[in-house]
Design a protein around this ligand. Structure first.
Ligand code: PMP
Length: 376
């Protein structure tokens, strides 16, 4: 046959998640750790890698890693679920708590995958936009929870791409006022150091997400985990892909988790470089910088897409352009890189904006002189 039967009708409205896989000398678009694993861990990993039985399927629930994560968090293994990155776990949550006839509260602008996965799973999305300073509109959220018809709420904390931290009081109020599953996505926990973990025992509807992709330099291997009530984890094991976390990723994540104090100095360094980034951006005329509790900074600049393009094409610096996203007009997001990378980004910004300034002046001067000429 020379025809193709169409897929589900709902896909017509969807566009694939654009991960912007563009290469540049300075990659500051995906909130990764700018440094690969430390040398000593790379060496250990290559020794461990040589002993993996690659012909055998992995442990479906990543038992060893699960035990380590549970112990470190004062929980039981049954409270932990490891996934192929946080992304897979977000999808699992919507497969189990979302679906046709069910509702998600999304708080845009926020991490796009919540909305995308909701649409893919046929979940209705209730969008409650954040306030002008990107804080959650607490009154609107609590009000919308009152009728009791919401199934799941997703809150990135700190929020991506704005860097905003929600107040703990608001999160507790949300947990107290609903039986919906509440995901507090702590993908950037190692930078913010704020967690809702202490509230788990009182709230069986609280789910916490963490990842190995950011502070722990493992974005390339795809590993993340959930902390939740054992009943929640049990339901999720019904919908998840059984072998989604491969043997190599399990071994690497175990190694990194065991050796996590090694990353502390690097995290503190990144936080200092974030200050340098905020400081440098704030010094530029025409740039508004938003405070961040994560390893990235959101800022606003006129003609943001042109700035984004010039940074890439003239300075080989890749950042993320959010200027077409609702609520993020003229906003760009830059991840915290090494000191040198932050320096290159800031120098690029300075050059682009000074050039623009000069040409604006030139434009004004040229117009003025034309007027003068006209008056002669
Ligand atoms: N949550 C948030 C808020 C994120 O920003 C990201 C990554 N961009 C993720 C979850 C997923 O991360 P990963 O799949 O790499 O674990």
């Amino acid at each position: 046959m020379d025809r193709l039967r169409p897929p589900r009708k709902e896909l017509e409205a969807l566009t694939p998640y654009d991960a912007k896989d563009v290469r540049a000398d300075v990659m500051l678009a995906s909130n990764e750790n700018p440094l690969n694993l430390p040398g000593e861990l790379l060496e250990k990993l290559s020794e461990l890698a040589a002993r993996i039985p690659y012909n055998r399927y992995p442990d479906p629930l990543a038992g060893k890693l699960r035990e380590m994560i549970a112990e470190a968090n004062g929980l039981e293994p049954g409270n932990v679920l490891v996934g192929n990155g946080g992304d897979e776990l977000i999808f699992d949550l919507l497969l189990a708590w979302g679906g046709p006839g069910r509702k998600l509260i999304d708080l845009p602008p926020t991490f796009a995958m919540y909305g995308i996965d909701a649409e893919v799973t046929g979940t209705e999305v209730i969008r409650l936009p954040r306030l002008a300073d990107f804080c959650i509109d607490g009154d609107a959220l609590l009000e919308r929870l009152k009728p009791g018809d919401v199934d799941i709420v997703m809150i990135a904390n700190p929020n991506n791409p704005t860097g905003t931290l929600a107040s703990e009081t608001l999160l507790i109020d949300v947990l107290n006022s609903t039986d919906a599953l509440v995901l507090v996505d702590e993908a950037y926990f190692e930078f913010s150091r704020h967690t809702m973990r202490p509230h788990m025992s009182r709230h069986p509807n609280l789910v916490i997400l963490r990842t190995f992709s950011k502070a722990f330099s493992l974005a390339g291997l795809r590993a993340g985990y959930l902390l939740a009530h054992e009943d929640v984890i049990r339901e999720l094991t019904k919908v998840r892909q059984p072998y989604s976390v491969n043997r190599f990723s399990q071994v690497a994540a175990q190694l990194v988790f065991r050796e996590r104090p090694v990353f502390e100095a690097g995290i503190s360094q990144l936080l200092r470089q974030r200050d340098m980034l905020v400081h440098g951006l704030s010094a530029l005329d025409e740039v508004t910088v938003y405070p961040s509790e994560a390893n990235f900074v959101l800022f606003k600049v006129a003609h943001a897409s042109a700035v984004w393009r010039d940074l890439l094409h003239e300075h080989s610096v890749l950042i993320r352009d959010f200027s077409r996203a609702p609520g993020l007009e003229d906003c760009l997001r830059v991840s915290v890189g090494t000191e040198e990378e932050v320096g290159r980004f800031l120098a690029g910004m300075d050059e682009i904006l000074s050039r623009r300034h000069a040409s604006d002046h030139f434009g004004v001067a040229a117009t003025a002189s034309r007027h003068l000429e006209g008056g002669k």
